[in-house]
Ligand binder design. Sequence first.
Ligand code: GLN
Length: 372
Amino acid sequence: MGTTIFTVMSEMARASGAINLSQGYPDFEGPPALRERVAWHMANGHNQYAPLAGVPELLEQIALKVRQLYGCAAEPKSHICVTPGATEAIHCAITACIHPGDEVIVFDPAYDTYAPCVALNGGVTRHIPLSYPDFGIDWQRVESEVNDRTRLIILNNPHNPTGSVWNEDDIESLRRLVAGRNILLLADEVYEHITFDGKAHLSLLRYPDLAARAFCIFSFGKTYHVTGWRVGYCVAPSELMREFLKVHQNISFSTNAPMQFALADFLRDSPRYHLELGSFYQTKRNYFNQILDKSSFILKPAAGSFFQLADYSRISDESDTMFAARLTREHKVAAIPVSVFYRNPPEQRIVRFCFAKSDQTLAEAARRLERL
Ligand code: GLN
């Protein structure tokens, strides 16, 4: 397996002096009160190992949050684990349930840690392409791919890299698909708060029958603009969480303590912060779409996440990896080629831009992109 595209493109952006709209992270800071709490906890003795599943104060706050948002009755002591980033949680969940020969369904374009992690565990990925151009799931196709060896389906909503978001029909289809089958679910919901145009986030935690077989994975890095802290969490039923914790204790044992204490304080003191995130990023999405309106890119505004796909077929017929490299080196704007997220890339000319950037950064990027 090669180096992740996020490292490849961020390194190319750095070497070329390009504006980095490739790897998904904000170029602005998270809330000062949160960062001050980290400093406070470091200065006040919270610098030793956190408990394996997480600091109790944070587990309590997470339980409260998922109860309020999704009506999910998660027990802090048996259903939740705080992890060093959502990536570690994805790894633990897959490792906890995949044995050699087990099949895992992923939807392409798929986030690039899923398939390698399945492979590390001796599992086999079945790649099902999302429909084009709306990037929805073809549930009939899924039904035809499921078999006795299917152990896990990996879902990602809101979706990275396409920005598509589920509706109630998807939930119903998923329900019908798994009913009576011994299939587990991994729901990567790290963009849970970033949905637009009044669309609610349909977390699997809202649906007790689905939550009963799911590892649901979330990210504080995305929510509080602190991706470098590497703090995420997983919510799962106690039988699944028990297995998850066995993996977690042998990979990282626990997650850094001062950040966990600070996050617990911030969730307690600013419980509405995450409720504003959708409108915050909707404004950015609208701004980015508006300033690229005069460019030759074809954009269909994202429904969620902080990514925007852009069709460049009016500009070039190069492959997306060639185009993204040239965009970075010559035009000084880095993007992610979407074909790398497919097992069998379709004939599309699409790159992904991250709009989690200051308006000034977005405006300068748009100025450069308009020249193409
Ligand atoms: N999730 C981020 C993205 O999609 C990348 C995270 C990483 O680089 N590991 O850009």
